[in-house]
Design a protein. Structure first.
Length: 450
């Protein structure tokens, strides 16, 4: 803990932490030392973990990197947090992120921009950018982030770490601040696949606080993660994405290197068509903004955090608190979401997008009933420069989520693992997607690939 705290201090300028629990982490470490002596320590004894600022930890600040939750203290812990603590993990602090997990660069935070440790002029990705830097730059061993459309996988690719998004409903969302509830998952960022497997095994599984969580038993991922494939695998890649001219050429090359290596080992790897590719991003942004606009209604200036000064009446209190409390990206998404849900446009946008989502899900599941995995790059470019995207080219930033939103729309598990570097030393990620609840197989395969 002391080493990590020293590192956090040394790398303060990266702006990773919204709050560090230094004294508490040391005290907790001493308790764990005692337990280790008496042989009563849990399975994560001494694992130092950071939480993205959207995951609740009782009696600690929780803000989603937003001014609207200024000084808000969570009265309870997320189920995932409790499960980590029950196994004697040590929570060292809460990490920055894009406000309410909306973004791909960690530039939308009320606490300011977060820098990538690999190249400080570049973004760490988002929205769990700080959580990824924290692992990559040795501020903690593991981070819990959230992944709604790639927020754990894309920053993992940008920082050379492993980012795991489980099947929707595998991990309880109790205590996770909602962005788009039918997409949101807690995700894990770690140095390697076995650490992710162990943490998943501990935090996944049924929970009476979350009605949507799966009742399926949780396999002992940590005991099978080192298994080699028992038979030859059948793997698909979507031709149009890996061969696309929009994909950075070095990323394409590195993806094909892996494909060819797998073929050389006797696995069957085939390029396939996915006719719904063009619909992934519009469907994702229609549905997530719609869900966000309703989820964020609760931040009204009365119940939580920030409240405006001396409003003239109740209506003004709501309006001014929200205008002053939310950042631009959050406001943009609330407006978009309100628009697609409005009576005149509901059928044209929201209900149509729901139908398209179902098609995407069914088509992808069908592919995964014929193939073991779908392989693709995690991102179309390596990390980009801080400030590269602004109001004039926001759409391009949204388009960058193409590879990660697929698994989120389909509710499927996916993992990003490091796949080398480009000529400038920027890290590249490779993504493995598997069928519903096939984390066990996916983790063993991605460990074998790493
Ligand atoms: N970049 C995506 C978005 O802005 C993903 C965010 C997320 O997964 N939380 O919506």
């Amino acid at each position: 803990v002391e080493n990590y705290l020293a590192r956090i201090e040394e790398k303060k300028h990266l702006n990773v932490w919204n709050e560090v629990y230094a004294d508490e982490a040391i005290a907790q470490a001493k308790k764990v030392d005692e337990k280790l002596k008496n042989g009563t320590a849990g399975r994560l004894a001494g694992m130092v973990v950071g939480l993205k600022d959207v995951i609740a930890f009782k009696d600690h600040g929780l803000q989603a990197s937003s001014k609207i939750l200024d000084k808000y203290i969570s009265p309870f812990s997320a189920t995932a947090t409790d499960r980590l603590l029950d196994e004697d993990a040590i929570i060292i602090g809460r990490q920055s992120c894009d406000e309410f997990a909306m973004g791909s660069s960690n530039e939308n935070s009320a606490f300011g921009v977060v820098k990538n440790n690999i190249d400080e002029t570049r973004v760490p990705g988002g929205s769990s950018g700080a959580s990824a830097v924290a692992v990559s730059d040795q501020h903690c061993l593991v981070s819990l982030g959230s992944d709604t459309g790639g927020s754990v996988r894309q920053p993992a690719a940008f920082t050379g770490t492993v980012g795991l998004k489980p099947t929707y409903s595998r991990i309880s969302r109790w205590g996770l601040i909602a962005y788009a509830s039918s997409f949101d998952t807690i995700g894990i960022i770690s140095h390697n696949v076995p650490d992710a497997a162990l943490v998943l095994e501990i935090i996944a599984g049924q929970d009476e606080q979350d009605a949507t969580v799966s009742q399926q038993p949780v396999p002992a991922y940590s005991t099978t993660v080192d298994d080699q494939p028992k038979e030859k695998l059948k793997i698909a890649y979507i031709k149009e994405t890996v061969e696309s001219e929009h994909l950075n050429q070095e990323i394409s090359q590195k993806t094909f290197d892996k494909i060819n290596a797998l073929k050389a080992e006797g696995h069957q790897v085939e390029g396939i068509e996915f006719p719904l590719l063009d619909y992934l991003l519009p469907t994702y942004y229609i549905l997530t903004t719609a869900e966000a606009s309703t989820n964020l209604e609760r931040f009204d200036g009365v119940r939580y955090g920030y409240r405006t000064d001396q409003p003239k009446d109740l209506e003004a209190l709501y309006k001014k608190s929200r205008s002053e409390g939310f950042g631009d990206e959050v406001k943009r998404r609330i407006m978009l979401g309100t628009f697609v849900l409005s009576a005149s446009y509901y059928d044209a946008y929201f209900s149509k997008a729901q139908k398209v989502r179902r098609l995407i899900k069914e088509t992808t599941e069908k592919i995964l009933s014929e193939y073991d995995f779908i392989l693709m790059p995690t991102t179309s470019t390596p990390s980009f420069k801080i400030g590269e995207y602004g109001e004039n080219n926001l759409l391009e930033l949204y388009l960058g989520d193409l590879y990660t939103v697929h698994a989120s729309l389909a509710g499927l598990p996916a993992i990003s693992i490091p796949n080398g570097e480009d000529k400038e030393g920027l890290t590249i990620g490779l993504q493995v997607m598997a069928n519903r609840f096939e984390e066990e197989k996916m983790l063993a395969f991605s460990n074998y690939l790493s």
